[in-house]
Each structure stands twice: as structure tokens, then as C-alpha cells.
Design a protein around this ligand. Structure first.
Ligand code: ZN
Length: 150
């Protein structure tokens, strides 16, 4: 299969064309910018919390299809989840895109995120797929400088 076929599955194409939660949250509790200089992907992720629950999450910015679809799927999956669950999902997602072994139990939690498994064969794309997640991690860890993949 070509890179295009492996990476640009229907769900990724759909989320790239019609990104979910692609807006600014005016009264966000936290927001942070993430940048991937290798590809030029640049997004700001916004989070509104209710206690430790992700009440609302969104993003704005621009980049390649993989990064935009990843941000779109990430935000649609994390709404209503706890910060702990979000961190756990990032750990599993990171294993997926870097080609590490994933247990069946972990695979169940991935849901739609599994479409990004093809990324593991293309190291430069791993940063595109994980940029929104690294940005979210920065938010959770209360960083206030731009998160860069380099
Ligand atoms: Zn990219």
C-alpha cells in the first residue's frame, strides 16, 4: 500500500475536511499553542474544565491532514473524560503511533484513534499525529510556553 492509502483513511479524510471542535473557546480555562517545525503544523488547543472533567475542548490553527484529523478526533473523544483518562489515552495513542505493542484492553480504549496506526510506518508523520496530544499534555502540566515537537 502507498503512504497515501495507508495514512489517509476515510475517517482521517473526513476529519481533515470537516474538523470537529474547530473553534475557539472564549471562556477557556486553559489554552496552549503547539508547533511541529518539521511539517509546519501549528495549533492552539483550548480546554474548559469542570473539576477534573474535560467539559469542553477545541482547537484552531492549520497544518497537514494528519495533524488536523488527529486534533479533531482527539477533541471529539476527550469531551466528558477526566484528565486522568485523557493522559491514559495519550499514553496508549503514543504507543500506537510509535509502533509499540498494545494490549487488547488498551486497544478497546483507543476506539476511533486506531485509524492512526498506519502512522507508525512513517516516522515524520508520528509528530504530526501526536502534536495535538503533546499540546494537551502541556495544558495538563500547566506549561505556558509553546509546545514544540523538536
Ligand atoms: Zn504535519
Amino acid at each position: 500500500m502507498s503512504e497515501i492509502q495507508t495514512l489517509y483513511q476515510d475517517l482521517i479524510l473526513d476529519h481533515n475536511k470537516n474538523p470537529r471542535n474547530f473553534r475557539k473557546i472564549e471562556n477557556a480555562d486553559r489554552f496552549l499553542e503547539g508547533y511541529n517545525p518539521l511539517c509546519g503544523d501549528r495549533y492552539t488547543v483550548y480546554v474548559k474544565l469542570n473539576g477534573d472533567i474535560v467539559d469542553d475542548i477545541s482547537f484552531v490553527g492549520s497544518g497537514c491532514a494528519i495533524s488536523k484529523a488527529s486534533a479533531s478526533v482527539m477533541t471529539s473523544m476527550l469531551k466528558g473524560k477526566t484528565i486522568h483518562e485523557a493522559q491514559e489515552l495519550f499514553t496508549i495513542f503514543h504507543k500506537l503511533v510509535t509502533g509499540e505493542h498494545i494490549s487488547n484492553q488498551e486497544r478497546e480504549k483507543l476506539g476511533k484513534l486506531e485509524v492512526f496506526s498506519g502512522v507508525s510506518a512513517f516516522p515524520t508523520r508520528v509528530k504530526c499525529a501526536s502534536l495535538p496530544w503533546h499540546t494537551l499534555k502541556g495544558i495538563i502540566e500547566d506549561k505556558n510556553t509553546v509546545v514544540s515537537t523538536e
